[in-house]
Design a binder for this molecule. Structure first.
Ligand SMILES: Nc1ncnc2c1ncn2[C@@H]1O[C@H](COP(=O)(O)OP(=O)(O)OP(=O)(O)O)[C@@H](O)[C@H]1O
Length: 233
């Protein structure tokens, strides 16, 4: 589905990614773990095109996309749920969704209706302002909004940040349901239970490079977790 080869990116003269490589197989969920500041968000932003790539290649279905603008990468199947969700707080839930469809150049009525079938709990919130939602509701809206672009590969940046742990199970189930329909996922997450519940493969990022792959079962071993991410399970 996607191959990232030797990706180099950063902010001005500050290098962050120093040759990151990874692959996401069709229909799979790949998790990325790493300490704060190792480049997880930067990696996702470089893949979406929000940050320019200074080197390396990104292949989506075998086609190079690293020089395409973000909207063209979205058109080819990339969806992105950014860290902190970044929904529009002053727009209603419905308008947040409509905006996402319009940004992709689609006809909103039908797409929004299809997405609401996948996120039925948003129906009773359609008139509510985005900023008035709980963290968990905002995360569902952010997922639904990304789905309005009908992505085939979804990039998720720390979806559990700032939401109540009790909501995590609902979000995990929703992502599983999307995967059953063929969606591939690249997930950056610090919550070990969450990443273990979803990822088929887990990659470690250290100083801007993918350094290792670990089996999801390794997250049950506190000593390994300490070594990989510096927290205990
Ligand atoms: N806009 C920016 N300008 C300059 N440096 C930045 C910018 N955004 C991030 N950085 C730096 O780039 C490095 C990688 O940041 P990034 O956000 O990708 O890390 P991360 O692994 O996602 O960490 P976290 O879990 O804390 O979000 C950090 O040293 C960070 O300070």
């Amino acid at each position: 589905m996607m191959q990232v080869e030797g990706l180099v990116a950063g902010y001005g003269r500050i290098g962050v990614l120093h040759g990151a490589s990874l692959a996401v197989e069709p229909g799979s969920c790949v998790g990325i773990l790493g300490h704060n500041g190792m480049g997880k968000t930067t990696l996702l932003r470089a893949i979406t095109g929000l940050l320019p790539c200074k080197g390396g290649r990104i292949l989506l279905d075998g086609q190079e996309i690293q020089r395409l603008p973000p909207h063209e990468r979205a058109r080819r199947g990339l969806g992105y749920v950014p860290q902190g969700r970044q929904i529009f707080p002053a727009l209603s839930v419905l308008d947040n969704l409509r905006f996402a469809v319009a940004a992709k150049g689609g006809r909103d009525g039908q797409v929004v209706e299809e997405v609401l079938e996948e996120f039925p709990e948003l129906r009773r919130l359609l008139d509510r302002l985005g900023g008035a939602l709980s963290g968990g509701e905002q995360q569902l809206l952010a997922l639904a909004r990304a789905l309005c672009g009908r992505p085939r590969l979804l990039l998720l940046d720390e979806p559990t940040e700032g939401i109540q742990p009790s909501i995590n199970a609902a979000i995990i189930e929703r992502i599983h349901a999307l995967r059953r329909r063929g969606l591939s996922v690249l997930l950056v997450e610090q919550n070990l239970d969450f990443i273990q519940a979803l990822a088929d493969r887990i990659l470690l990022i250290q100083r801007g490079r993918i350094t290792r792959e670990i089996p999801p079962t390794a997250l049950g071993d506190p000593a390994l977790v300490q070594e990989f991410v510096g927290t205990s399970a």
